[in-house]
Design a protein around this ligand. Structure first.
Ligand code: SAH
Length: 294
């Protein structure tokens, strides 16, 4: 059933503002950085099969902060390689921010960037129309599978592009996170199934198990300070609530019952811990690493 509430994704300006605030209030990027420096080096060391040139595809790269961090680890593990990096990102603002960061880093001269201002679905279509046979050594989709129609099909397509020893890295919120709990309870009232969906690494693992694809997985502990959500009328709290519910102007447009129910669940021990007067939402992430089909 279509939700009467408007999706946050329909207002890119407010989405970007709430995403920025989410990054400030959470350890989202820190926990990814820890993973990138602790576990990713070993994963990336195994790709490439000794080649001097590696193909990388980033899907839903945003402003590229995490992508650039991963490229630096790739370089450390394969010091002599050149890299072809396809960036797939539909937001022109984000793509612009990514390009600005790259322009400020002359040390990235070993990487050739190709900017694809498009969705994962459009990229897939273009790839098929051009009948490209190029294979990728490393593909990543970080916090983006919520925005595709059929996450399983998207994984299948990108997995089919992997070269021998290639790796497909997926990061989403963990099924064990507060997000998972919030979505299990309010999925039908909050999530706009046309544009985004409430998918966790728990769902992806079940899907992969059902199709017989093997994978490695990791859990990344992370928290988000949502204290401001509980001060009525607080501007930042409202932005965070929009981000949590993916609903545009949630506080103003949701029914009082829905708003009260969501707020109650958000501070429930299933979703958050309270410490030193702060409400800390469980923002744990899950990482899934998939091998090529062959
Ligand atoms: N990977 C970045 C950004 C995550 S936000 C990070 O972790 O910081 C999700 C990103 O996916 C946004 O930049 C958004 O513009 C992009 N996106 C949204 N729909 C998409 C789609 N259908 N295909 C590819 N990317 C998409």
């Amino acid at each position: 059933m279509a939700s009467p509430l408007m999706s946050l994704g329909q207002d890119d300006n407010r989405y970007q503002k709430s995403f920025q605030l989410f990054l400030e209030r959470s350890s989202e990027h820190q926990c990814m950085q820890d993973f990138i420096h602790r576990q990713l080096p070993e994963i990336l060391a195994s790709i490439g099969d000794g080649k001097s040139h590696l193909n990388v595809i980033g899907v839903g790269s945003g402003a590229g902060t995490i992508d650039l961090e991963m490229l630096s680890v790739l370089r450390l593990k394969h010091p002599a390689v050149t890299v072809d990096n396809e960036v797939v990102e539909p937001s022109s603002q984000q793509l612009h921010n990514y390009r600005v960061s790259v322009a400020q880093k002359p040390e990235l001269d070993y990487v050739k960037f190709t900017w694809n201002k498009m969705t994962a679905g459009e990229f897939e279509e273009a790839w098929k129309v051009k009948k490209l046979t190029k294979r990728a050594d490393f593909i990543h989709m970080i916090q983006m599978l919520y925005y595709v129609k059929d996450p399983g099909a998207t994984i299948g397509f990108f997995q089919s592009l992997l070269d021998k020893n290639g790796k497909l890295l997926i990061i989403l919120v963990s099924g064990e996170s507060g997000w998972g709990r919030l979505w299990r309870t309010y999925r039908h009232q909050l999530c706009n199934t046309e544009i985004s969906q409430c998918v966790t690494t728990g769902d992806i693992k079940s899907f992969l198990a059902s199709t017989g694809v093997s994978y490695q997985s990791y859990e990344l502990p992370s928290q988000m300070d949502i204290t401001e959500c509980f001060t009525e009328g607080d501007e930042k709290g409202e932005l965070l609530l929009d981000f949590l519910t993916e609903v545009l102007d949630f506080s103003k447009t949701a029914s009082p019952e829905l708003r009260a129910g969501v707020l109650e669940l958000l501070r429930h021990p299933d979703c958050s811990v309270e410490s030193d007067g702060k409400v800390l939402f469980n923002n744990n992430l899950g990482v899934i690493v998939i091998d090529p089909l062959c």
